[in-house]
Design a protein around this ligand. Structure first.
Ligand code: ZN
Length: 148
């Protein structure tokens, strides 16, 4: 792994180069100043989704969800916990498929919640259905471990 990774800012879309050593320190976007990887779940719009899934060099796990989906809402606190645990190693984000049905279709989301893991612009795995935090963390770590 190189000693810096590219990360898309979910707020302004700017691609940032972040030294790996700084990932755990809560790096901020050089353009708008918003946090890039502070251990919180990132709310993606269409532009940020495409930039991050294609351009991020740190693992990115996207939760495809919708407000009407009960299991999605139940999983939200578990997903947030997993985001904290994985801080500095992966970013966790969510995309509202009710607002962005075109992205759900393009990503071949069959049912929600669906978790899709992207590494350097490629999908490397997906997990269907609501999961507890420990399972989400294990899923991401399993993929990172095989790539280290
Ligand atoms: Zn920004």
């Amino acid at each position: 792994m190189s000693d810096a990774v590219k990360l898309a800012c979910a707020t302004c879309g700017q691609m940032n180069r972040v030294p790996v050593a700084k990932l755990a320190e809560g790096p901020k976007c050089g353009s708008c100043g918003d946090p890039l990887a502070d251990g919180k779940v990132i709310d993606l719009d269409a532009r940020a989704h495409d930039k991050a899934t294609r351009g991020d060099e740190l693992a990115l796990l996207v939760d495809y969800w919708a407000p009407w989906c009960g299991p999605c809402r139940m999983m939200a606190p578990e997903f947030a916990k997993a985001a904290q645990t994985l801080k500095g190693r992966a970013r966790l984000a969510k995309l509202n498929t009710q607002d962005h049905p075109d992205i759900a279709t393009r990503t071949r989301i069959q049912g929600i919640p669906a978790l899709v893991l992207y590494v350097r612009g490629r999908e490397v795995g997906r997990l269907a259905g609501a999961r507890p935090a420990a399972e989400i963390v294990a899923f991401v770590q399993g993929h990172l471990g095989s790539r280290a």
